[in-house]
Ligand binder design. Structure first.
Ligand SMILES: CC(C)(COP(=O)(O)OP(=O)(O)OC[C@H]1O[C@@H](n2cnc3c(N)ncnc32)[C@H](O)[C@@H]1OP(=O)(O)O)[C@@H](O)C(=O)NCCC(=O)NCCS
Length: 325
C-alpha cells in the first residue's frame, strides 16, 4: 500500500494580474476572466529559477512528512521547464536538499499530466522495493512563453507542488492511478524549437520561435474535457467505487470552463470540485500537487474522504489518481 506521507507547495510572491497583462498585450480582464476564470498568476522573481521553486515545495513536503532529506530514497521531478537542459532538475534538487547520493530523474515533456504520471512511476518503484520517494511537479512557464502572444501568455503561471510517498499509514493512501496517451495529437500543444528537429540557433532566436508554444486552443479544450472526465470514471471503476463516493475532485487547473465541463460530465456539484485557477493560472505539472497541498491545508479534505486527481497535458497525455484520506 502506497501512502502519501507529506504534502508541499510553493508559489512565487510576484503577482501578475489580468490588468498587468492588459498593459502589455491587446487583452482585458473581461476576456481573460470569462474565457478562462483566471484573475492572477504568480511569476518567479528575476533571480528565481525552477530549482528554487522545486526546493521550496520539497522542503514543505518533507517537513510535513516529519522527515528530513536524509530519509529520501529517490527523487522524481516532473517538469517541462527544467533548471538547465542537462542534467535533470532532480539531480540538482538532490544536491540542494543534501539528500545524499540517491537516484534521481526527471519526467519531462508530459506537460500538465507529468506529475500524476510521476506519481504512477513512484508507486511502481515503491511496490518493487520499499522506499521513500519525493515526487515534485514544478513549472516556470513565464520564462518559456512569448510575452507578446496574448493567446497563450495570459494562461500560465509559475509554481511547484510535491508529495512524499512511502509505505505505512501516512496521511492518505494512493489507491490507484490510470494514465493514457494519444501521440497522434502531439501537434495540438507543442514547443518544437530547441529539440533536434528544430535546433535553437540564431534564426530561432531572431524570430522568437524558441518561445512559440503552438496551441490549438479549441482542440486542447475538447480533448481535455473528454479525457479527464473519462479517466475519472476509469480510475473509479478500477477501485470499484462510484462518483457518489467521491468527496473532492482536484482537476488540473488550466481553465475554469474546462473544469466546469468536466464536472458536469462526471456529474458532480461545484462544491465537490477544487478550483484555484483564479489565483495561479495554469501552472503545468505543478497545478495538481499545488491544489492538493492547498486543499489539505485549507481543511477541504477530511479523514475518510476519497479524492480524485485528474490532469491532461501535451502529448496528448491524461491521467487520474485515487487518493483515500
Ligand atoms: C485559449 C482559450 C481560452 C480560447 O478561448 P476560446 O473561447 O476558444 O476563444 P475564441 O475562439 O472564442 O476566441 C478566440 C479569439 O480571441 C482572441 N484572443 C486570444 N487570446 C486573447 C486574449 N488574451 N485577449 C483577447 N483576445 C484574445 C483570438 O485572437 C481570437 O480572435 P479572432 O477570433 O479575431 O481570431 C480556450 O480555447 C482554451 O482554454 N483552450 C485550452 C487551452 C489550455 O488549457 N491550454 C493548456 C493545456 S495544458
Amino acid at each position: 500500500m502506497t501512502a502519501v506521507l507529506g504534502f508541499g507547495g510553493y508559489a512565487p510572491e510576484r503577482i501578475m494580474t489580468n490588468d498587468d497583462w492588459a498593459a502589455l498585450v491587446d487583452t482585458d480582464d473581461e476576456w481573460i476572466t470569462t474565457r478562462t476564470g483566471i484573475r492572477r498568476r504568480h511569476f518567479a522573481a528575476d533571480d528565481e529559477s525552477t530549482l528554487d521553486l522545486a526546493h521550496e515545495a520539497a522542503l514543505v513536503a518533507i517537513a510535513d512528512a516529519g522527515m528530513t532529506a536524509a530519509d529520501l530514497d529517490e527523487i522524481i521531478v516532473a517538469t517541462d521547464t527544467p533548471e538547465v537542459y542537462t542534467p535533470d532538475t532532480a539531480a540538482l534538487l538532490q544536491d540542494r536538499l543534501g539528500a545524499g547520493n540517491i537516484p534521481t530523474y526527471d519526467l519531462g515533456g508530459s506537460g500538465c499530466a507529468g506529475w500524476i504520471q510521476a506519481l504512477d512511476v513512484a508507486r511502481a518503484r515503491i511496490a518493487f522495493e520499499p522506499k521513500v520517494v519525493l515526487v515534485v511537479g514544478v513549472e516556470l512557464i513565464s520564462r518559456l512563453i512569448s510575452w507578446a502572444d496574448r493567446s497563450t501568455a495570459v494562461l500560465f503561471g509559475d509554481a511547484a507542488g510535491a508529495v512524499v510517498l512511502g509505505l505505512g499509514a501516512g496521511r492518505a493512501e494512493l489507491l490507484d492511478v490510470v494514465t493514457g496517451t494519444d501521440g497522434s495529437k502531439a501537434s495540438i500543444l507543442t514547443l518544437e524549437t530547441g529539440g533536434t528537429r528544430k535546433p535553437f540557433n540564431a534564426e530561432s532566436l531572431a524570430s522568437g520561435a524558441y518561445q512559440f508554444l503552438a496551441m490549438d486552443g479549441r482542440e486542447v479544450f475538447r480533448e481535455a474535457v473528454g479525457r479527464m472526465a473519462d479517466t475519472v470514471g476509469g480510475v473509479l471503476r478500477r477501485i470499484d467505487r462510484s462518483v457518489d463516493d467521491v468527496a473532492l475532485v482536484i482537476p488540473h487547473q488550466a481553465n475554469k470552463r474546462i473544469i466546469d465541463a468536466v464536472r458536469k460530465r462526471v456529474g458532480l456539484e461545484p462544491d465537490r470540485v477544487y478550483v484555484n485557477v483564479q489565483e495561479y493560472g495554469n501552472t503545468g505539472s505543478a497545478s495538481v500537487p499545488l491544489a492538493l497541498w492547498e486543499a489539505v491545508g485549507a481543511g477541504r479534505i477530511a479523514a475518510g474522504d476519497l479524492v480524485i486527481l485528474t490532469a491532461f497535458g501535451a502529448g496528448f497525455h491524461w491521467a487520474a489518481a485515487a487518493v483515500q484520506f
